[in-house]
Design a binder for this molecule. Sequence first.
Ligand SMILES: NC(=O)c1ccc[n+]([C@@H]2O[C@H](COP(=O)([O-])OP(=O)(O)OC[C@H]3O[C@@H](n4cnc5c(N)ncnc54)[C@H](OP(=O)(O)O)[C@@H]3O)[C@@H](O)[C@H]2O)c1
Length: 376
Amino acid sequence: MKIAVLGYGTVGRGVVEIIDGHVGSVAVTRILELPDRLSDPRMTSSYADIVNDPQIELVVECMGGVEPAHTFILEALSAGKHVVTSNKAVVAEHFAEFVEAANAHDAGLLVEASVGGGIPWIASIIKARRIDAINSFCGIMNGTTNYIVYKMLRDGSDFAEVLGKAQEMGYAERDPSADIDGIDVRNKTIISASVAFDVACTKELPVTGIRTLTKRDLALFGSHERTVKLLGRGVQKDGRYAVAVEPVAVRTSSLEANVPLNFNLVTLDGDTVGELKFYGQGAGSLPTGNAIVQDILDCASGIRPRYDFSRGLTYDPELLRSDYVFRTEADIEGSCSYEPGAVLVRDLTAEQARASLELALETDPTTFIAALVKES
Ligand SMILES: NC(=O)c1ccc[n+]([C@@H]2O[C@H](COP(=O)([O-])OP(=O)(O)OC[C@H]3O[C@@H](n4cnc5c(N)ncnc54)[C@H](OP(=O)(O)O)[C@@H]3O)[C@@H](O)[C@H]2O)c1
């Protein structure tokens, strides 16, 4: 199979390296690169060279961002080419539109690398769904924030200090907002929910990151045998579903609490299979490249997921309820005391917790919240 790779950065290089070195049945014949960086005879800066080439059967998009990735993916699908992408931002924004185009032109659309890097997460959801309804999923889906919390706990460092080091080492972007404000996990949660629940997942989910986490917060939760992890979560029941991204104070004995460095851990719960957990490298050139090449090989052998978002599940935030700890100087309605400087509010939806947090931030911009998820 002849393929083209759009974007020759961290992920694109990994894909080309794996295919050139390990996979004889696939050939990268074109690479879309910017005009001043054409260093390989396969490179072109004209997308028309790729989308109009009838020999190219599959396009790998790893440029990132929403445009022009969105336009290029639609053009490839409309030309009947299969698309494999690692770009969570564009998939979260346009999943339903891509599915419609893929179905209309009998093309494959594979998005494994957009969630959990090298972990076969999307493929596992699809496989589980052949038998089971997925009742819920949750996970540590962002390596940078896991790394920050891990280092804060291990070295007793401040948030800003660890973030600075992570940026120096290239683990975190110069603008860390997508990681620490939960936007990256939001995109991955939307994609996971879409595949797990067969729904064009709402983009209006409650999203809270860990920007205001301090080492004193970690000590406070530590004294309750808990630690903080940023989790993406989804649940479905009786034709309804809910999703949220927020810090969760998990038990220190849980697998989630013990995920080190920048690793990811994602969990699904299926009707008959029960709980399955997937652990691994959620980013990086070769792990992410590996997930893309697995998608390419699946596509080449005719394994092409068919998504169907027509089930009509209703978004119902009532399905995700937890007790919440607010560490804040602000007054929080309906709260009782938890620890000096922190209060507990029982049984809020993630949306209600987010709304209370927004109010609290107006009085105390350092406010931090974490959900105390009920143990099953
Ligand atoms: N890095 C990871 O470990 C990882 C893991 C999972 C998923 N992803 C996702 O995979 C995608 C790529 O990530 P990455 O880390 O590989 O990013 P990256 O290192 O920035 O690579 C993207 C490359 O595409 C180039 N590019 C952008 N627009 C282009 C265009 N119109 N024509 C030609 N080239 C263009 C960029 O050039 P400039 O640098 O000049 O903009 C850059 O070289 C993102 O959506 C990311 O979220 C990344």
